[in-house]
Ligand binder design. Sequence first.
Ligand code: PYC
Length: 318
Amino acid sequence: MSRRLRFIDSHTGGEPTRVLLDGIARPRGAIADWHRALLAEHGALLAATVNEPRGSDILVGAVYWPPTDAASAGDVLFFNNVGALGMCGHGTIGLVASLAHLGLMAPGAHTLHTPVGAVRALLRDDGEVVIDNVPAYRHRQGVALDVAGHGRIMGDVAWGGNWFYIAEYEHGSIELANREPLTELCWAIRAELRARGITGRDGAEIDHIELASARDATPGNDSRNFVLCPGKAYDRSPCGTGTSARLACLAADGALAPGQAWRQQGITGSVFEGRYAAGGGDADGVAWIRPQIAGRAQVTALGELIVDDAELGVSRWG
Ligand code: PYC
């Protein structure tokens, strides 16, 4: 027995997204719980769609289910080479470009539902996609880490749809040629966070590490980043959720005004334009913002994956 899943691939500023268009039944219950259900029931199948030999460590997957009511553009769950993602900014831009390519989405504003909240996506006539992401906030400021071989690193813990530790990088330069030492540093930071029990809200693991430097951005951009994702692949785009978390920190520091543009460059040189709308405070006194991320994606492939059931006994998560 084999399964067939239609897919469409795209890349957003160099970071790939594979959208699965069918072959996986919509889970029941509240969308916030869908990841658990989906990974338990179809984890091996999802892993087989993004990991080798059909994909690679850098591929982000998205299961898309069409809308069930007129107010929605559908439901989406993002995942990568090692498991679930909360939201995914580059992936949402890729999803919108993919649906437009298939004639399933017209220019205009659309609401997509994810396990961590609703996201509004505006598809412009020229193909640009502007996302109003889930609320973002800084959880902890100035967390000092002594990272073996690297000395003291200072950073903030922030939520932008995933959990991030964000540090201003002063020990070297953020450029593609340094991707290996940058990866090792981020991996060591993540291990130190784990070892010290430093988490996001409610004990959530901080599984994305972001290094930032204004000095290394090319002219016209505000900052350049290097983002290491949970499966140890680095984001080729400037990372939509990472940029959202960064905007929350800038807002908390009073370093960026509501509506002011922030041009975030990623390690490969691609750029997202971010801005935010002032948010509010929640019942726990956490001040949040509403981040907006603009970017473009290109469709790269359309096809059908074939997965033999016999392969599903083999775990392909990281
Ligand atoms: O763009 O939010 C993003 C993202 C998360 C992981 C990879 N890309």
